[in-house]
Design a protein around this ligand. Structure first.
Ligand code: PEP
Ligand code: MG
Length: 591
C-alpha cells in the first residue's frame, strides 16, 4: 500500500515499522460485576497470545538484522510474559478485586516492578524496565492499540509517528532510526531539518500513515520502504517493489559516495568564481558529518539544540565548551553562532512558556530572548560566546526573528552589558566583543523589506528561507495540508530574496542564506544568479551543492535568474531549474 507524503530528507530506507505513540493509554478502572471476570480472563488470554506473537516476531527480526545474542532479550521477555506468579496476580485482581483486565495487568506489573527495583542485584534490577515494557505491550494489545516508547527502540526500525518533537528527533540514535515517517509537519519543520542533519531518510505530511501502520501492526510486523527523494512510503511492499527499492538504494548510495568523494574540491564555478559554501549545524556532534576541509566554516549554528535535549539549561561552562569545540574544528574559518531561537516548534521543557494561538507569529527567537523571563538565559549564552571568543576563534553572532533595527540595538546592548560584567571578572570580553561581527537573519517579511534600515545596526545578513517562506506565503511551515504549497520557489518568496540581497549590497553588507533552500540543488543556479554571497548548507548536502556550483557559469546563472523571475508559479520555476540542472549536471539521478 502506497502513501504519498512530502520528501523531507533524502535517501531510501527499508525496515520494520516502529509506531511511536507518545501518550500513555488511559487505563479503565471501573469495578466490574463478578460474573464479568471470566470474560475478562478470556480477553487477557487473547491479548497474551498477541503479545507473544509480537515479541517472537521482534526477536526474529532482531536476530535477522543483528545477531541471536542481541535477540536473546526477547526470549527473556517471553518467559516473563508467561511467568506463573505474574499471571496468578493478574488473575487475583480480576476475580477477587473485579478489575478490568487492563487495570489488573497494570497493578500486577507495578507490584513486580517495585519488587525488582528493590533488589540489590544490578542485572535483576535492570529487568524492571523490561517488566514495564511487557506490561505496556499487553495493555496495548488488550486495548487494540500498539504502544511503544521511542527510547525503547530496540532494533533498527523506521519510526512512524503522528508528530515528533525536535528533542525526540535529536535524541534518536541514527544507527537505530533507519527512517522517519511523520503524519504531520512540513519539510522545514525542525524534525525534518534534524533528520537531514543526521542523514536519516524522511517523509513528512504522510496522510493517515499512523492508522495504516497501526492496522498493519495488528496483523504482524509491517515492513516499510521510505523514499525520502519522492516522499513515498510503501507499507508492506511486494517482492517486486522491494527489489526495485533495494536497487534504487544501492544506486543512491553509489551516487552519494561519488558526490561525497568530491566534497573536498573547491566550490569554484565552471568559469572560476569562488562561491563560499559553509555548513549548518545544531550540535558539536554534527561536525562528525562534515569531512574536514570540505567547508571553511559554519554559516548557521542553531544553538538552541544545546538547550533542547535536556531537563535543565546547559551551564555557561558547557556552552563555552560547545562553542570552543566548533571553533577548534574550524580553526581558521568563521563560525556564525545564532543566538537562541526558542519558540515556534522549539520549546524548552524546563522554562514554562505561555500557550500562544499562533506561536510562529508570537514571542519567539530574539523577541523571546529580550523578555524579562528569558533575559537571564540570553545573558548566559552571550557570556559563554564571549568567553569562548576570547580564545581567538573567528565567531560571528547572529540574531533570529529580527523585524527591526531597534531589536538589534537592544540585543547589542545586552552583549555590551554582559561584556562589561565579564571584564570586571577579569575576562577580556570587551576586546573580544569589539572583534565580533553582529548579524541579523532575514526571515520575516518586515526584515526582507527593511534591510537598508537594519544595515545601520547589523554587520551582515543571512536569509532564513524556512521562516521567510511561511511568513511571505502565509503558510505555516508545519501545516501538512498546505505543505505542497509551502515552497521557497514561489515567485513572492523569490522577490523577497531578491529585494533583500539588492538592499544588502546597496548598503555594503554581505548576505548569505542558511535556510534549507540553500541545501536544495535546484536552487543553486538561481541563488548564484541572484548574487548571494554565501550558501550555508546541511552537512549531507555539502558535496552535492559544491558539485552543482562547479557545473555553473555565472553568466548562465544570471540568465536563469532572469527567466525564473518572469515565471508566475513555483512549479514553472522548479521545471525551469530542473531542466537547467539536467543540462548541466552529468550525474544521473533516479528521478
Ligand atoms: C530559517 O528560518 O530559514 C532558519 C534557518 O531558521 P530555523 O529553520 O532554525 O527557523
Ligand atoms: Mg528561522
Amino acid at each position: 500500500m502506497r502513501v504519498q507524503g512530502i520528501p523531507a530528507s533524502p535517501g531510501i530506507s527499508l525496515g520494520p515499522a516502529f509506531l511511536y505513540v507518545p501518550e500513555s493509554l488511559p487505563i479503565p478502572r471501573a469495578t466490574l460485576p463478578p460474573e464479568a471476570a471470566t470474560a475478562e480472563w478470556t480477553r487477557l488470554e487473547a491479548a497474551l497470545a498477541l503479545a507473544h506473537a509480537q515479541i517472537a516476531a521482534l526477536r526474529d527480526v532482531v536476530a535477522w538484522r543483528t545477531s541471536p545474542e542481541e535477540a536473546a532479550i526477547f526470549d527473556a521477555h517471553l518467559l516473563m510474559l508467561h511467568d506463573e506468579e505474574l499471571l496468578a496476580d493478574i488473575r487475583r485482581f480480576i476475580y477477587d478485586h473485579h478489575l478490568p483486565a487492563e487495570a489488573a495487568v497494570a497493578d500486577a506489573i507495578a507490584a513486580v516492578h517495585a519488587q525488582l527495583l528493590a533488589i540489590e542485584d544490578e542485572y535483576l534490577r535492570a529487568r524492571a524496565g523490561d517488566m514495564q515494557d511487557i506490561g505496556q505491550r499487553v495493555i496495548a494489545c488488550l486495548m487494540g492499540k500498539p504502544v511503544h516508547l521511542l527510547s525503547a527502540l530496540a532494533e533498527p526500525s523506521i519510526i512512524v509517528a503522528r508528530d515528533l518533537l525536535p528533542s525526540d528527533t535529536a535524541a534518536l540514535d541514527p544507527a537505530k532510526a533507519l527512517g522517519l515517517v511523520i503524519e504531520l509537519g512540513g519539510p522545514t519543520a525542525h524534525t525534518a531539518i534534524l533528520a537531514r542533519q543526521m542523514g536519516i531518510p524522511a517523509v513528512v505530511a504522510a496522510p493517515a500513515i499512523t492508522t495504516q501502520v497501526a492496522d498493519a501492526l495488528q496483523a504482524g510486523f509491517p515492513m516499510l520502504v521510505v523514499d525520502g527523494e519522492k516522499g513515498i512510503v510503501e507499507v508492506n511492499p511486494t517482492t517486486e517493489q522491494l527489489a526495485h527499492y533495494t536497487a534504487l538504494r544501492e544506486h543512491h548510495v553509489r551516487a552519494h559516495a561519488t558526490i561525497a568523494a568530491t566534497a573536498l574540491q573547491p566550490s569554484l564555478s565552471a568559469d572560476g568564481f569562488y562561491v563560499p559554501v559553509v555548513a549548518n549545524i545544531g550540535q558539536p556532534r554534527d561536525l562528525t558529518q562534515i569531512a574536514p576541509g570540505s567547508v571553511p566554516g559554519v554559516g548557521l549554528f542553531r544553538t538552541e539544540f544545546l538547550f533542547l535535549e535536556r531537563n535543565s539549561p546547559p551551564t555557561e561552562a558547557e556552552q563555552v565548551a560547545a562553542y570552543a569545540t566548533v571553533g577548534r574544528f574550524f580553526a581558521d574559518g568563521e563560525i556564525i553562532i545564532r543566538t537562541l531561537d526558542i519558540g515556534g516548534d522549539k520549546l524548552l521543557p524546563y522554562l514554562p512558556m505561555h500557550h500562544e494561538e499562533n506561536p510562529f507569529l508570537g514571542v519567539r527567537g530574539l523577541r523571546l530572548c529580550l523578555t524579562e523571563q528569558f533575559l537571564p538565559l540570553f545573558r548566559s549564552q552571550l557570556r559563554a560566546i564571549l568567553r569562548a571568543a576570547t580564545q581567538g576563534f573567528h565567531f560571528k553572532v547572529m540574531f533570529p526573528m529580527v523585524n527591526n533595527a531597534e531589536e538589534l540595538r537592544q540585543a547589542r546592548a545586552v552583549a555590551d552589558e554582559v561584556a562589561r560584567a565579564l571584564d570586571a571578572e577579569g575576562v577580556a570580553a570587551s576586546a573580544a566583543l569589539a572583534r565580533l561581527p553582529f548579524g541579523a537573519m532575514i526571515e520575516t517579511p518586515a526584515a526582507a523589506l527593511n534591510v537598508d534600515l537594519l544595515a545601520t545596526a547589523a554587520d551582515f545578513f543571512s536569509i532564513g528561507t524556512n521562516d521567510l517562506t511561511q511568513y511571505i506565503l502565509a503558510i505555516d511551515r508545519m501545516n501538512p495540508f498546505m505543505a505542497r504549497h509551502y515552497t521557497p520557489f514561489a515567485p513572492p518568496v523569490l522577490r523577497a530574496i531578491y529585494t533583500a540581497i539588492t538592499a544588502a549590497h546597496a548598503n555594503g553588507k554581505k548576505i548569505g542564506m542558511c535556510g534549507e533552500m540553500a541545501s536544495d540543488r535546484r536552487a543553486v543556479p538561481l541563488l548564484l544568479g541572484l548574487g548571494l554571497d554565501e550558501l550555508s548548507v546541511a552537512p549531507h548536502a555539502i558535496g552535492e551543492i559544491k558539485h552543482v556550483i562547479r557545473q555553473q557559469t555565472l553568466p548562465a546563472t544570471s540568465e536563469i535568474m532572469r527567466q525564473a523571475y518572469r515565471l508566475d508559479t513555483a512549479e514553472a520555476v522548479v521545471t525551469l531549474l530542473e531542466s537547467h540542472l539536467r543540462a548541466s549536471e552529468p550525474l544521473a539521478r533516479h528521478d
